[in-house]
Design a protein around this ligand. Sequence first.
Ligand SMILES: [Zn+2]
Length: 259
Amino acid sequence: MSSFKIIPGDPDSHVILHVPHSSREIPSRVRTGILLDDAQLKLELDEMTDSHTDQLAYESAKIAGKQPWIFINELSRLVIDPERFPDDREAMNSVGMGAVYHKNSHGLKLRTSEFDQELLDKYFHPYALAIEALVNERLLALNRCLIIDVHSYRPIAHANSMNKDDLRPAICIGTDPFHTSRSLYESARSAFAFIGDIVENQPYSGTYVPLKHYEKDARVEAIMMEIRADTFLDDVLTPTCGLAQIVAGLQQLVRSAST
Ligand SMILES: [Zn+2]
């Protein structure tokens, strides 16, 4: 099983929709290292998975005019989290949720650390290299690249989160001082304004950029859309009519960035 999938976009599109957290898939060998029974694992995946964000990307890409590229993680973030730093820079290490999670959303032990290196070698590093290569390819073709990082988050902060005192708006826009221009931020605000309240960098901040380009290559722009899950999913994580609105917002952002 490949751990990620790239869906090609228009050769003239510099936009990549990155979907890192939508999958619930865990390879059987990795499953055996997770210290939860099946019922507990289902609850953990309900809490931690950005459910249906892959659908948001697919549907918005189809109607965005110039079709963006899609890079999607086909494995659960409980295997590896591709958006964490794989080293001491990662603040989430302090709560056991770095590149390889050792704790679950309740702060309880999720796995031992004996397979960390294997997980990083088998899944984290190949993923990082593949998205870096896709960014390089877009740069080579068009001399610019925009990564739109597509996430959702739960209405109520989980027990092991580090942002319990932050606001939890309908839409959180994650920005980076080096990679997110103000005009890109404003485009995202106006594309999603009709959904509800929008806050920058709360409860999640920053946005994903491959480490090779991070704070080095200004041709790589990036922005993170964190969509509060109750704007498009019901209590059992089934899409509501709100999903079409989020898709409309996302395709609007892709369109405005593509001009
Ligand atoms: Zn996420």
